[in-house]
Ligand binder design. Structure first.
Ligand code: KIV
Length: 271
């Protein structure tokens, strides 16, 4: 049993304590009430309402089309299903890049309309002024550096990030800047394991890795990838814990066959 399994609600303070006590932090995405409720009851520490909803829920090829209204809808559904986990919501592309005032306005809307616990923002030093404004308004912020899917058009690829000295230096200074701005945690996506471990040691706030190796203070995955619902995405870092694609397909085929054959419903399944 983990040190914090008795906690009734996972707050930012609990997460920082987990890091200082060496307890790894578990984090998974969710986008709807039913799945969020299952994941929360299983004991997940953080549930991320990710803008990866754009890919796995809406079928887009990038996260860019996600709107503030769509993120608010998904977050409302998730929050209704969660009691213990910390619920963090992604600020979608276009909701904060145009300036501090817009960022604060978007942040307040998400918090007011969803009841979520905190927000996640992609970017390093460039977004620090907006992050400070949001934190000053009493809203906890999780940073996100390394591979930042909202910037795909700038980089043109989802390949490994910070694998040269210049980018590694920027990652280290971004992590420091986000810690100094008051972020309570940082997601670091798809960077060399040695670098992520070094950054995790250099800051007092939790580093949550995705494709960033075992030296991070916690791990996050996208639910559809980890449960084997989405089989089109197979990066090296992904571990699949189930093959729900197969389970669901077999169940649906069986249902179709039973309807066609007249086997369903039987006399016990009717009034
Ligand atoms: O949107 C998302 O699911 C994310 C994770 C990949 C960290 O940002």
């Amino acid at each position: 049993m983990s040190v914090h399994s008795e906690i009734k609600k996972v707050t930012t303070k609990v997460l920082i304590n987990m890091k200082s006590q060496g307890e790894k932090i578990s984090m998974l995405t969710a986008y709807d009430f039913s799945m969020a409720s299952i994941i929360d009851k299983a004991g997940m520490d953080i549930i991320l309402v990710g803008d990866s909803a754009s890919n796995v829920m809406a079928g887009n090829t990038t996260t860019l089309p996600m709107t503030l209204e769509q993120m608010i809808y998904h977050a409302q559904c998730v929050v209704r299903g969660v009691k213990r986990a910390h619920v963090v919501v992604d600020m979608p592309f276009g909701s904060y890049q145009s300036g501090e005032a817009d960022a604060l306005h978007s942040a307040i809307r998400i918090m007011k309309e969803t009841g979520a616990d905190s927000l996640k923002i992609e970017g390093g030093v460039e977004v620090v002024p907006s992050i400070k404004k949001i934190i000053d308004a009493g809203i906890p912020v999780m940073g996100h550096i390394g591979l930042m899917p909202q910037s795909i058009n700038k980089y043109g690829t989802y390949a490994l990030r910070a694998n040269n000295e210049e980018e590694a230096r920027k990652l280290r200074s971004d992590a420091k800047a986000l810690e100094e701005a008051g972020c309570y945690a940082i997601v670091i996506e798809k960077v060399p394991a040695v670098l992520a471990a070094e950054v995790a040691k250099s800051v007092s706030i939790p580093i949550i890795g995705i494709g960033a190796g075992s030296g991070a203070d916690g791990q996050v995955l996208v639910m559809h990838d980890m449960l084997g619902i989405n089989m089109d995405f197979s990066p090296k870092f992904l571990r699949r814990y189930a093959n729900l694609n197969q389970v669901i397909s077999e169940a649906v085929v069986n249902y179709i066959n039973d309807v066609k054959s007249g086997d369903f419903p039987n006399e016990n399944e009717q009034y």
